[in-house]
Design a protein around this ligand. Structure first.
Ligand SMILES: [Fe+2]
Ligand SMILES: [Fe+2]
Length: 243
């Protein structure tokens, strides 16, 4: 496969992956969510948002390709919003949303993390240490290509359930558009390395692992926030408060 055929095939695999077409996202988008359901979702998603720049930093540190490093640093400038201010870094924009839905200062660090949340972060940190190219597959196709397809569902569900000021939702709005650009930039980086079958397999593996962890993350949220009354499965939070 040529590099551009590979990219094309991978784009299709991402768009149809169970993480992107997950029933949790459809259910969330339908709206009618209670405050605690939005709170529960956000308490976990925040940790994924907060760790994302660390993966980019680690890949930039480890890659042997100066051009890939330059492209990653460009994306990091957006993530930190350096020309503006720290208060507009992407994790800071997410905290603005958390405050708007009732989180007190620092509460986001005190909510217990679901096993799927911890597993998601751990998988990505481990991957950046093991193979920067595999990790590039995780942050490019696995994140920046997938996010513009997933986040509209989150935004829609929140908008249909709670009246929030547009400023509180900026994180979501921004990523639906900005990540299309970031996805292009990472595609350029991948094209430089997608010339051999071995590298194509490594990149694909990174994307798949990331999306599998994402699907497990949505499934865990689905179990916690939309428990099926006839199911014997008891959610993590429910079982923690019962015991
Ligand atoms: Fe971001
Ligand atoms: Fe991004």
């Amino acid at each position: 496969m040529t590099p551009s055929e590979f990219i094309q095939e991978l784009r299709e695999a991402v768009a149809t992956h169970p993480a992107v077409t997950h029933p949790f996202l459809r259910r969330f988008a339908a709206g009618g969510l209670t405050r605690w359901q939005i709170w529960g979702y956000a308490s976990q998603h925040y940790h994924l948002v907060g760790f994302f720049p660390a993966y980019l930093e680690a890949i930039a540190d480890r890659t042997s390709d100066a051009e890939v490093r330059r492209l990653l640093r460009e994306i990091l400038e957006d993530e930190y919003m350096r020309p503006e201010s720290f208060e507009r870094s992407h994790p800071a924009l997410y905290r603005r949303f958390l405050r708007a839905i009732g989180f007190g200062e620092g509460d986001w660090d005190r909510v217990p993390r679901l096993p799927a949340t911890r597993a998601f972060v751990q998988l990505h940190l481990d991957m950046t240490l093991r193979s920067w190219l595999e990790a590039l597959g995780a942050v490019g196709p696995g994140h920046e290509w997938a996010i513009p397809l997933m986040f509209p569902h989150l935004l829609q569900g929140i908008e249909r359930s709670l009246p929030l000021a547009p400023a509180a939702l900026e994180y979501f709005q921004l990523h639906i558009n900005l990540d299309v650009e970031h996805g292009q930039v990472l595609q350029e980086s991948l094209l430089r390395w997608a010339a051999t079958k071995e590298n194509q397999d490594t990149i694909r593996r990174g994307a798949q692992r990331s999306l599998e962890a994402r699907a497990a993350f949505w499934s865990a949220l689905e179990e916690e926030l939309f428990p099926n009354p006839s199911s014997a499965v008891v959610g993590y939070w429910t079982s923690a408060t019962r015991s």
